[in-house]
Design a protein around this ligand. Structure first.
Ligand code: AMP
Ligand code: MG
Length: 407
């Protein structure tokens, strides 16, 4: 019995949970999902400072100043960033000040250097404009006040977040850890790259692909190897993966009617559900727990294993990583050519390339041959185009696609 994709997706998502948050060095947390509210322990900026190069003054001293009638003041000190003035500014004085330097006590404004002229080798200054109180002053706590909420749980730590955390002196944050995902291939017909092909053998492509899909998310990809069709070998590989990883991906041996050892083993050591999903490719799929660790039994055909990862494993792994959104973006597009198909009770996921026109609209056409062993088209594809059961779509029809890459 075929089950709808949504049912299979819901089944998997219900059985995985976000990984227990860990206190993590913030620099190592880039790409991870925050699991706490971050509040600022201090004011940012910590002290009032100048936004401009110029002269710190009392605004009241400049009343009436203009290019024709400049106000002349003695320059009593120089204040640079990191070097506070040694004393307060009193009425009738100016201090030379540079961007980022603390506003001297007693000053309430900064006149930009462009409105001034140096006199007597810098001992005095002629100021040619009035300024309001507060001019060019960045007040203490202007960006953040001590106690302010800075970030909320669920936010993904990005480069800007790191800067903010560094800026408030927070060196560690509670985040959901990167998911550790073990990947293994099974099949007596498979050989690794670099080895000669004997009669009837093919190269193992799924392991490289799945490890890369995991690594691209910023997760830990753990290579559990290429395992022979041998019950003991499969058992120990899966057991080892379940013990050392947060999730395990297998490929091959989940087809209907197979007397496949992966199936035999998983049924013996795990609590599995074997599914036939109403999609093409990637119809066979298995999911369950082995010693409490989620195991995804992906189909063996290379395109199927990738599509199965995208539709079923990736959303679940994203949930484990703490993400609120688990799906790839689904966006409107236009079919640049006809995509005919026959009714067969399944949704077809066509591998398509997408191009934007001058107006920014996406136009999609086939990425190449669409067999479940035609990996080149999948590799090239920018998106998957779901075609619901029926006769397909005509050129020019509006469609929706699942984006796999930037276009
Ligand atoms: P299976 O589900 O094990 O019967 O595999 C289905 C098809 O996928 C067969 O043609 C296998 O040879 C092929 N296949 C299985 N695993 C891999 C793999 N890791 N790399 C490439 N092809 C594979
Ligand atoms: Mg096999």
């Amino acid at each position: 019995m075929l089950i709808p994709l949504a049912e299979a997706q819901a089944h998997v998502l219900e059985r995985v949970a976000p990984l227990e948050p860990r206190r993590t060095w913030s620099v190592a947390a880039v790409g991870c999902v925050l699991a706490e509210t971050v509040t600022s322990p201090e004011d940012v900026p910590p002290f009032a400072n100048t936004a401009m190069d110029g002269y710190a003054v009392r605004a009241a001293d400049l009343a009436g100043a203009s290019p024709d009638a400049p106000v002349e003041l003695p320059v009593v000190a120089e204040v640079a960033a990191g070097h506070p003035a040694g004393r307060a500014l009193t009425a009738g004085e100016a201090m030379r000040i540079f961007t980022g330097a603390p506003i001297p006590e007693g000053a309430d404004a900064v006149v930009m250097v462009e409105r001034t002229r140096r006199l007597d080798d810098g001992a005095r200054v002629a100021i040619e404009a009035e300024v309001p109180v507060g001019e060019a002053v960045r007040a203490a706590g202007d960006d953040l006040r001590a106690g302010d909420t800075v970030f909320e749980p669920g936010e993904v730590i990005g480069a800007g977040h790191l800067g903010v955390l560094a800026g408030i002196g927070v060196g560690e944050v509670m985040v959901h850890p990167r998911v550790r995902v073990g990947v293994l291939s099974t099949g007596d017909e498979l050989v690794d790259a670099g080895e000669p092909l004997a009669a009837g053998q093919i190269r193992d492509s799924n392991r490289a692909t799945l490890l890369a899909l995991v690594a691209q998310e910023g997760w830990h990809a753990v290579d559990l190897g290429l395992i022979r069709d041998d019950e003991a070998a499969i058992t120990s590989a899966i057991k080892e993966g379940a013990a050392s990883c947060d999730a395990v991906l297998t490929s091959g041996g989940v087809s209907m009617g197979d007397i496949d050892l992966v199936k035999v083993v998983l049924d013996r050591i795990g609590d599995m559900r074997w599914m036939q999903i109403a999609i093409r490719p990637a119809k066979p799929f298995a999911f369950g727990l082995v010693d409490g660790t989620p195991v995804f039994g992906l189909p063996g055909n290379p395109v199927s294993s990738m599509v199965s990862f995208e539709l079923l494993a990736r959303p679940a792994l994203r949930r484990m990583a703490g993400h609120a959104t688990t799906r790839r973006p689904e966006v409107p597009a236009v079919a640049a050519e006809a995509f005919p198909r026959r009714p067969d009770g399944k949704v077809h996921f066509v591998r398509v390339v997408a191009e934007r026109d001058a107006a920014g609209d996406l136009h999609v056409r086939s990425a190449g041959r669409q067999g479940s062993h035609h990996l080149t088209a999948m590799a090239r594809a920018h998106a998957l185009l779901p075609l619901v059961d029926g006769d397909g779509v005509e050129a020019g029809d509006p469609v929706r696609v699942l984006l796999l890459a930037d276009v």
